[in-house]
Design a protein around this ligand. Structure first.
Ligand SMILES: [Zn+2]
Length: 442
């Protein structure tokens, strides 16, 4: 701890010498340089319509002001010319797994992540994942469990914050919590004590203890599993196995809220979904099949909905197998639920389950799924900017291009309101006021 403080002091002194930050309060002289971004088309993350020919004034890591092109630009300012581009706030993915390296059965599926990769390899892969996210314009991730990699997300976050590796802001959930019989690895000989991708508990005392341990070790959110296996029953309905009891969940929510943190609940449908809502979950993850009454309950309780559509369209098993029937049933009910959620104006946030989807694939593919199911492109963008920022209690700080916000600025060549697929080709990324990627600005 002491060493870290010394390092931080040394870094601050170095940055002050290079003039990239101001240390006015600490008595070191220095003027933070001004950068002005010319935005030909600006989608600010909050407004319903874009604005033409705007100037974004960036000083240090924050946006100082945003104005139209008539404002004077001081001659010492550095200019980034994005006059021929669409400029947006950096994007937020509210459901990722930086420690997950795909679940392709041909590569050993989920289990290979834990059985075949040691912690150093997993950390190297997570390092790749966070860099990939930033390159694609995702400047913040809510990372919802490390899948057996302990508290590694919080350490990757530390590595990013101390400047050792590039990456987005991380809101980590550490280990996640489920019940016995409620998470992988499973299907091995009963004599074997297998490692698990989540912390398994039984009873409210163990539930509260797990939450305390995770919060103590830096969890920004607590992630719980309210359902696990799913299958299609004889009537053709999707059924999912409930995991935590209402008492267990209430203990976790009570503890977590006491720490001023929130609880994200993986829930597909049925009993587990109802317990998630009755237990006071702050966000529903996946939410494949939410009844009208449950949607009304989410409206009353202000519950966030993170649908993660994309993974349910990938890797379907053969149609005539039980797994294939399940995969098709999931996508079918998910579409109905998503449309109902839109109609009910639920607070929908963009989430992908990246990690389940290989990190080599485009994160922004989720936008196309959302728009295809009836969401307007602007609403989809808001779900990955200001609305996600509000869920993360970062309203006005990220997910918006406005005075006082962190300078998280991205750009694409075309107009994402005409073709949402543009967001799969982010050409410029500024993160905390520093240009991380530039294939477009003059
Ligand atoms: Zn997930």
């Amino acid at each position: 701890m002491r060493k870290r403080i010394l390092c931080a002091a040394a870094m601050l002194a170095m940055l002050a010498m290079t003039g990239s930050i101001s240390l006015g309060q600490t008595g070191v002289q220095g003027v933070t340089p001004l950068t002005v971004i010319r935005a030909g088309n600006l989608i600010d993350g909050v407004s319903e319509t874009p604005r033409k020919n705007q100037l974004i004034f960036v000083r240090g890591e924050r946006i100082e002001k945003v104005s139209d092109a008539s404002a004077g630009i001081p001659k010492e300012a550095k200019i980034i010319d994005l006059a021929n581009a669409t400029v947006l706030p950096g994007l937020i993915d509210s459901h990722t797994h930086i420690f997950l390296w795909g679940e392709d059965p041909a590569k050993g599926g989920y289990d290979a992540n834990i059985l075949k990769a040691g912690i150093a390899l997993r950390a190297a892969r997570a390092t790749f994942a966070v860099r990939r996210a930033l390159e694609q314009g995702f400047v913040a991730l809510r990372d919802l469990e490390t899948e057996g990699a302990g508290f590694g997300d919080i350490e990757i976050k530390e590595a990013i914050e101390e400047g050792t590796i590039p990456g987005p802001r991380i809101f980590g959930a550490t280990r996640a919590i489920s019940s016995s019989g409620g998470y992988n690895l499973e299907g091995y000989a009963p004599e074997l004590e297998m490692p698990r991708g989540a912390q398994l508990i039984d009873g409210p005392v163990e539930a509260r203890k797990a939450a305390r341990q995770q919060l103590e070790h830096g969890a920004d959110w607590i992630k719980v599993y309210m359902t696990h296996r799913s299958w299609v029953d004889h009537q053709g309905n999707l059924v999912s196995q409930p995991t935590l009891t209402l008492e267990e969940l209430k203990a976790i929510v009570d503890e977590t809220h006491g720490w001023g943190k929130k609880v994200a609940c993986h829930a597909y449908n049925g009993i587990g979904m109802q317990r998630a809502l009755d237990g006071g979950c702050d966000s529903i993850e996946h939410g494949l099949e939410i009844t009208d009454a449950q949607i009304a309950q989410m409206q009353r309780q202000g519950t966030w909905y993170c649908p993660t559509l994309a993974p349910y369209y990938n890797d379907w098993a053969a149609a005539d197998t039980p797994a294939g029937k399940r995969d098709r049933a999931r996508a079918a009910v998910h579409e109905i639920t998503f449309r109902k959620a839109l109609q009910a104006h639920l607070k929908i946030v963009f989430g992908t389950d990246m990690g389940g989807i290989p990190w080599t694939e485009p994160i922004a593919q989720e936008f196309g799924r959302m728009v295809k199911l009836g969401m307007s492109p602007m609403d989809a963008i808001h779900s990955a900017t200001s609305r996600a920022a509000e869920m993360l209690e970062m309203k006005g700080e990220i997910g918006v291009i406005a005075p006082g916000a962190f300078a998280e600025v991205i750009a694409v060549s075309g107009d994402p309101l005409k073709d949402i697929g543009e967001l799969e080709h982010v050409r410029f990324v500024m993160h905390d006021g520093s240009v991380f990627k530039n294939e477009i600005a003059k």
